[in-house]
Design a protein around this ligand. Structure first.
Ligand code: 4AD
Ligand code: MG
Length: 431
């Protein structure tokens, strides 16, 4: 008999199949038992009809406990009343692993309880839907960049450099010297762009930020494309095409997951329309001041400001050319203004804030050396990076997408912790 996965049930209607499943819930009457089943690929219902099975099988079905694992054998039927559309009429059950007093019951649980049981909670339908979307976004990311002539290049996790500032570094020992967990793969991606023209990195990044907001993780995954012979305007076009591509692929391939999460697909469809609006930092400040925000030119935006700015548009919005003083050392100075750099943050609508940070990169050796020194960094640690400006320096641009930020927005979840299987938060490194 054929062993199948639930997700493929539609190809086996009226066939007898065998599926390895766990029980998520059940209900039974004298004559029929409804088993809610999952196999990791999908969730569906098994029906056990007393008159059609042996007495032992029916008794066993009635006694099954939540998260018992088992083989079920039976015939797939269409089930037009359920969201999934198919069910199995169970003929035989073979218990594989017993389960007693599973802690996550169908009743409501608090956030901390669920986080303490994240290793089990991942089995539930909402986290399962979110991880399905995460997988799709990663798949579509590789596809997009491969289709656009990028190669994937891995950057190191253990580093001696601090591209995004020294305040939130994770320190570790590296034999007899100091090292840090990577905040960003960008500097290595720049070396890669000089070798391969267009590269992207994708890996975990670490920020020891003492922020306890719904947008901050201590460990998050970042996609960092870097492109040689490319100015910022062209980079912005790639950024918006990439975001629209991710959204479109999630719409096309994750309908069931979006429905589980209650995400309105019509809202998402708006985000596939290009171009996204662009405003300058100067305009953003004016807009905020006109609307009674207490902000002066030169400040960085917090989440109320970002939310307000994005709310003015129905789409993600690029905010261009921030003050030099609040941005990292590597950004290209503006050709006619001393006080701003050639950069952009992409702010997501619906209150999700910055999902991309990017810029054109400084190309001049002396300028960069000066910026590194002014940032309080040791030029010796960056001499390899400065070499990129010594040997055939070219205009180049890049950006970083925070995977979990983007996912939280696309999926319409409340908190970035929902977008990663095992979140590392200010007060959490368990499980
Ligand atoms: O703006 P950031 O710090 O930019 C960089 O790291 C650049 N090196 C990127 C580049 O140009 N290659 O971070 C980029 C993105 C942010 O827009 C945000 O989406 C995400 O990373 N991010 C975080 N996500 C979750 N938790 C945090 N603590 C994050 N910090 C940044
Ligand atoms: Mg940023």
């Amino acid at each position: 008999m054929q062993q199948i996965n639930i997700v493929n049930a539609k190809d086996h209607v009226n066939e007898k199949v065998k599926i390895g499943v766990w029980l998520t819930n059940k209900r039974s009457s004298g004559k029929i038992a409804f088993l809610q089943l999952r196999d990791g690929t999908e969730f569906f219902q098994g029906v056990v009809i007393k008159n059609n099975v042996s007495e032992e099988t029916f008794e066993l079905a009635k006694e099954l406990k939540q998260e018992t694992s088992m083989w079920v054998t039976g015939v797939i039927h269409e089930d037009t009343r359920s969201k999934f559309g198919y069910e199995i009429e169970v003929e035989e059950i073979e218990v594989v692993g017993e389960s007693h007093d599973y802690p996550i019951t169908p009743k409501e649980h608090g956030v901390d309880f669920l986080m303490d049981h994240r290793h089990l909670w991942l089995r539930s339908s909402r986290p399962h839907a979110m991880m399905t979307i995460r997988n799709e976004v990663i798949r579509a990311t590789y596809e997009f960049f491969n289709d656009h002539g990028f190669i994937k290049m891995d950057s190191p996790i253990l580093t001696g450099s601090a591209p995004e500032g020294t305040t939130d570094l994770f320190h570790t020992e590296y034999f007899d010297r100091d090292a840090y967990l990577s905040q960003s793969g960008q500097l290595y991606a720049e070396a890669g762009a000089m070798a391969f023209d267009k590269v992207f990195t994708f890996g975990p990044t670490f920020r020891a930020e003492k922020s306890k907001t719904r947008r901050h993780l201590i460990e998050f995954w970042m996609i960092e494309p870097e492109m040689a012979f490319m100015h910022q305007e062209q980079s912005l076009e790639i950024q918006e095409q990439y975001i629209a591509y991710l959204v479109q692929n999630v719409i096309d391939h994750c309908a069931s997951a979006l429905e589980t999460l209650g995400r309105d697909v019509d809202v998402l469809k708006k985000y596939t329309q290009l171009p996204y609006p662009r405003i300058s930092y100067d305009e953003a400040i004016e807009l905020l001041q006109k609307n009674d925000f207490d902000v002066e030119w030169g400040v960085d935006f917090g989440s109320p400001e970002e939310t307000f700015l994005a709310d003015q548009f129905d789409q993600p919005v690029f905010v261009l050319n921030y003050p030099k003083a609040i941005k990292p050392f590597y950004m290209k100075p503006h050709p006619t203004r001393e006080d701003v750099v050639i950069c952009a943050d992409l702010l997501a609508p619906e209150g999700y804030g910055e999902i991309i940070g990017g810029s054109e990169r400084a190309t001049d050796y002396d300028y960069l050396l000066d910026q590194i020194t002014k940032a309080g960094l040791d030029p010796k640690e960056y001499s390899w990076y400065l070499d990129l400006r010594k040997y055939g320096s070219v205009p180049h641009s890049g950006f970083g997408l925070g995977l979990e930020r983007a996912l939280t927005w696309i999926a319409g979840e409340d908190h970035v912790r929902e977008a990663i299987p095992f979140p590392r938060l200010l007060n959490r490194i368990y499980p």
